[in-house]
Unconditional design. Sequence first.
Length: 120
Amino acid sequence: MGGDDKAGCFNEYYDVHLTPETYSEFLNENILFSPILLINKEGEKVVVNRQQALKQAKEAGLDLLCVAPLATPPVCKLVNYYQISKQQKRKKKDQKEKAINISFNIEKNDLEVKLNKVHG
């Protein structure tokens, strides 16, 4: 089968860096592997082919995300991708670096106000 050969080649030679920005490369129909180790929403692990995994994801109203593409067999999980991407955006926003400019002759109250802006 051509799809299985391509998946095997991808599994061996593709340089995988799984980050929130690259999740879409390993999501639903973009997953080329078969068979895969599927972790369902109850946490049970079962080896299934790609079509069965996609069918289970669709029936559960979830997405199929490949979390360990270089494992043998590749590990995929049923997740809510919208929720994951929303959490990642929130984390990124919270990690935004904050800075203040102060001078040597700043008054105590002005300094406290600027520090509160950074903390809050």
